[in-house]
Design a protein around this ligand. Sequence first.
Ligand SMILES: [Zn+2]
Ligand SMILES: [Zn+2]
Length: 311
Amino acid sequence: MDFSLDRKERASLYSYSIQCLSHNSEGWERLRVSLGVHVSIAGGLAKAFDRARALGCTTMQIFSRNPRAWKVEPLAETVIAAFRAEAQKGDIDPIIIHTPYLLNLAAEDEELHRRSIAALAQDLERAEQLRATHVVTHLGSTKRASRRWGISRVVEAIRKVLAKDFPVLLVMENSAGGGHSIGSQWEELGEIIHRVGGDERVKVCFDSCHGFAAGYDFRSPEKVRRLTEGIERTIGWTRMGLLHLNDCGSSCGGHRDRHQHIGEGTIGREGFRNLLRHPRFRRLPMILETPKKHPRDDQRNLARIRRLLLH
Ligand SMILES: [Zn+2]
Ligand SMILES: [Zn+2]
């Protein structure tokens, strides 16, 4: 069986991906809210759909592989077929793939840099095979080299990956800004987009925990306004591709990446209420990456967000 897309299919998948993100003045109410969690692929990739459905999700995020290993086998045709049969039902949409944790696009080490580029390219290819529309990735950090050097390194990596034609959005996740982690500021993300030639496949994910830890406060309407001005001044709304909703165990500007249950961290319920009251934010696909210690944790955190979306 051949799973590659023909030209028409590619065009329609791509225009859909772009439409997901297009913003007009119609207001969010006319659009379906895409809310989901990062779900496990234990037992097979297609199993993720049932987990997402059981939680009432309308979108989901998965790893396409073991996130703690470099080694990856190509996807078997049966795996692709089973996944695509589920995806075609259309109730879980968009489908988002998160790249492995090991990846560091800013790495000084040549071998690590090369492997990271390869891993990102593999996930984009797997997304196309599986009909996932978004691949979200952390950008990484430098050890000794400066942040400026790290940004150039990330630009080099993303350029290499973009050289290939693929109908998938490459979503750069903001970082908490600890150490020399790249992409904690809108300006840095904007610079990367600019330096990779403004390719329209490149989007940004705002992780609420990372953003808050990086110093972006949104616990009052006035602060949300300042946050959105930052977006408008640097990357613009059309570049926003995804929201990661996590409460935070770090202080605002504390630069520590500690995810907390919604409403139980330093952002708190009011912080999320303010963020999600903004029509631009609530129209983005929203994924929770909150702790999963208890089987009902996801349900509780989703219920909290749904409540905030309704009021
Ligand atoms: Zn995240
Ligand atoms: Zn995080």
